[in-house]
Design a protein around this ligand. Structure first.
Ligand code: CP
Length: 313
């Protein structure tokens, strides 16, 4: 039976069997949404800390909800009011937390590789909640889960990822996860926003969104990561939107069962129009819901759980 490593640092280092284990465990966790009382004792006695050095709505809140529903003791450490603000290194901060008996640390940081450094420094389990432009494995997993839930499979699907591929950690985790599970992935962006060497990961590179969407089963739309851009990568947002934005007119030319996804937060009117974001084919809200189930599964599996049938008892 598949077993996860000590830490979840990225989908690049998981195999297909381990990814399937997480998705199957998340399916068992999702049953909690149909309950009136969404509280199970599964993680009683486990202590989980979130340590976010960058803003977050979905990831942080869904980890908090997942932990609380499973009865873990959950602490949100706010960087601005912690001793990090006084110059303490984040490794010392993590060791301090570990000395208090913390079992699992969830970290988001603007520097790629920071979760790896942390995982190598502490015995506690570490989950990468997004590190720079490197990986966002829990978003990748919930995207895989959402595709499998809606399409019934991942293998053989044509998945288009459009947006700021260069700066997007979501794109990287999606590419690793989707290709490992047998999807055909096409990345679409202006040439300046396509990372060198991305073709080595088995993806097709395209700059014509209309052409890419013609045969697509799924489109995952990513925002322009202005906070990570150090120069101008395209003339204006208006021109970007015209060439790479998904609007109703483009949606109508694609397959009628094209699944529309966006990890959020979205810049409506830039990479996705408001009409498309709330369209019947959009699963953006379901992605958020599935994020809780996937994060429940990860908390359970990383802290030693193995039998998915016992999660909600
Ligand atoms: N998708 C995502 O990571 O969203 P947040 O930044 O709100 O966590």
């Amino acid at each position: 039976m598949a077993k996860l490593p000590k830490d979840l640092l990225g989908l690049r280092e998981l195999n297909a069997e381990q990814i399937q284990l997480i998705l199957d465990t998340a399916t068992a966790c999702k049953d909690i949404f149909s309950r009136d009382l969404k509280k199970v004792p599964t993680l009683r006695g486990k202590t989980v800390v979130t340590l976010f050095f960058e803003p977050s709505t979905r990831t942080r809140t869904s980890f908090e909800i997942a932990g609380k529903w499973m009865s873990a003791d959950l602490v949100n450490l706010t960087v601005s009011s912690s001793s990090v603000a006084k110059g303490e290194s984040f490794v010392d901060t993590a060791r301090t937390l570990e000395a208090m008996g913390v079992d699992l640390i969830i970290i988001r940081h603007s520097l790629g590789g920071t979760p790896r450094l942390l995982a190598d420094s502490v015995a506690a389990h570490v989950i990468n909640a997004g590190d720079g432009a490197h990986e966002h494995p829990t978003q990748g997993l919930l995207d895989l889960y959402s595709i499998r839930e809606k399409k019934g499979r991942i293998a053989g699907l044509n998945v288009v990822i459009v947006g700021d591929i260069l700066h997007s950690r979501v794109a990287k985790s999606n590419i690793y996860g989707l290709t490992k599970l047998g999807a055909k992935v096409t990345v679409v962006a202006p040439p300046t926003l396509i990372p060198k060497g991305i073709g080595e990961f088995g993806v097709t590179i395209e700059t014509d969104l209309d052409k890419a969407l013609r045969d697509a089963d799924v489109v995952n739309i990513l925002r322009i990561q202005l906070e990570r851009q150090t120069k101008a990568y395209f003339p204006t947002l208006r021109e970007y939107s015209k060439l790479f934005g998904v609007n109703l007119s483009r949606l109508r030319q694609a397959r009628p069962d094209l699944l529309v996804m966006h990890p959020g937060p979205a810049n409506l009117g830039v990479e996705i129009s408001e009409e498309v974001s709330v369209h019947d084919q959009s699963v953006i809200t379901e992605q958020v819901t599935n994020g809780v189930a996937v994060r429940m599964a990860l908390l359970y599996l990383l802290t030693g759980g193995g039998n998915k049938d016992e999660i909600l008892h």
